[in-house]
Design a protein around this ligand. Structure first.
Ligand code: GLU
Length: 445
């Protein structure tokens, strides 16, 4: 790391003690900025780097709610409004017991550059709670969402901050939150949340977008080598929204996804994943991956080791941060993996990224590869603002165009800064310079 960025990193560590995921995300971006600042030293002036690593606003609040047995619970709510240079803060809400300030800050920081890469005029933010929706009744989830939105509603708005889903927040939760927002504000601001239901302002393709996008990004990377996904064996982790639609798009492009996973283990289905069954188990029944194995002859559930022990040509980590470490990366490489496209946010540890890059394989970092979700959220905002609705083909064509542009921007930036094929540097440099140019134009704010 260059001296100037090293100093900024040390300040981040000192000022945000114990927030290891945030440190990791900042380190990865700052490391990429060495060549950018060497070429354009003005980006290090006016404390621009110091400003970009400090959230514009951090909101932390109490979320009390009553369960079905009448017991009162207290969770913690967060919204980190990180950077609004390019537009209203935009980013999801995560409901998961692991959520804390450091996790939300890492996600918010990533979101700044991801959103910049989409070129849709959206700033970066993220929020959530340590609430665990698993095993809770619909009524409990509703009461939690209403309590959460009672505070959050003071801080958001279609031109201010536009939350959406992330892990643990899907259509059901967005629905309960939107209902409460509308009631508190007496205003049908459809554009205040994205990931809405189709009958009340949602966009076609939003559900599919993150998974589709990660696969389209893999396809674009392969095309630089004159290859495609056709006939490739794909290893997927996760079994949520991102994983399910990554599997769908991979199948459409002629590849064979053979795995998926959740916290109870991973499934290997050598014949290729039965997508209808997986959707039934996860989306309709809200069940576990074991339920799939019970109904699918030939599929097996593995409860030790990791899904990355399974050899394949392409890996799509679609579960969560740091799910793929250095050892797993080396195992994947030994198994012949030549492409990794991150559907989740920061799923590969720094050691894993280093191993992939050293091996010279195609590695698409999350902030580029999984930007299809937020990009389609911006398309949802666009439809809401125009009080219009596009059909599936129109929305999907726009998503495909955006993913191609993101890919090409990463390639161009990597070349410009002397590291052709380095998508990590390309994504960070392209995202950063777009935000930094606007921050400079806006003055010291
Ligand atoms: N949570 C998603 C992400 O990580 C989507 C955010 C959004 O749609 O605003 O990008």
């Amino acid at each position: 790391m260059q001296d100037v960025v090293e100093k900024v990193y040390e300040q981040v560590v000192a000022r945000n003690r114990g927030e290891v995921e945030f440190h990791q995300a900042v380190h990865e971006v700052l490391e990429s900025l060495g060549p950018v600042i060497a070429k354009h030293p003005h980006y290090a002036e006016g404390a621009l780097l110091e400003r970009i690593v400090e959230p514009e606003r951090q909101i932390m609040f109490r979320v009390p709610w009553v369960d079905d047995a009448g017991q009162v619970h207290v969770n913690r709510g967060f919204r980190i409004e990180f950077n609004s240079a390019l537009g209203p803060y935009k980013g999801g809400l995560r409901f998961h017991p692991s959520v804390n300030a450091g996790i939300i800050k890492f996600l918010g920081f990533e979101q700044i550059f991801k959103n910049a890469l989409t070129a849709q005029g959206i700033g970066g933010g993220k929020g959530g709670s340590d609430f665990d929706p698993h095993g809770r009744s619909d009524a409990e989830v509703m009461r939690f969402c209403q309590s959460f939105m009672t505070e959050l509603s003071r801080h958001i708005g279609p031109s201010t901050d536009v939350p959406a889903g992330d892990i643990g927040v899907g259509g059901r939760e967005v629905g309960y939150m939107f209902g409460q927002y509308k009631r508190l504000r007496n205003s049908y601001d459809a554009g205040v949340l994205t990931g809405k239901g189709l009958a009340w302002g949602g966009s076609l393709v939003r559900t599919e977008a993150t998974g589709y996008g990660a696969v389209l990004f893999a396809q674009s990377m392969l095309s630089t080598k004159g290859e495609s996904l056709e006939g490739k064996k794909v290893i997927v982790s996760g079994a949520g929204n991102v994983a399910i639609y990554a599997i769908e798009k991979a199948q459409q492009l002629g590849a064979t996804p053979i795995t998926f996973s959740d916290s109870s283990g991973y499934v290997v289905d050598e014949a290729g994943v039965d997508l209808e069954l997986l959707k039934q188990v996860k989306e309709v029944e809200r069940g576990r991956v074991a339920d799939y194995v019970e109904r699918r002859p030939g599929a097996r559930l593995v409860t030790d080791g990791s899904v990355w022990d399974v050899p394949g040509d392409v890996a799509l980590p679609c579960a969560t941060q740091n799910e793929l470490d250095g050892d797993a990366a080396n195992t994947l490489l030994r198994g012949g993996c030549g492409v990794v496209s991150e559907g989740a946010n920061m799923p590969s540890t720094p050691e894993a990224v280093e191993a992939f890059q050293k091996a010279g394989i195609l590695f698409g970092p999350g902030k580029a590869a999984n930007a299809g979700g937020v990009a389609t959220s911006a398309l949802e905002m666009e439809q809401n603002a125009g009080r219009t609705r596009w059909d599936f083909a129109t929305a999907e064509a726009k998503l495909t165009g955006i993913m191609t542009d993101i890919h090409d921007s990463c390639v161009a930036a990597a070349e410009e800064y002397g590291r052709p094929g380095d998508y990590v540097l390309g994504a960070n440099a392209a995202g950063f310079t777009r935000v930094a140019d606007v921050m400079i134009a806006h003055g010291i704010v």
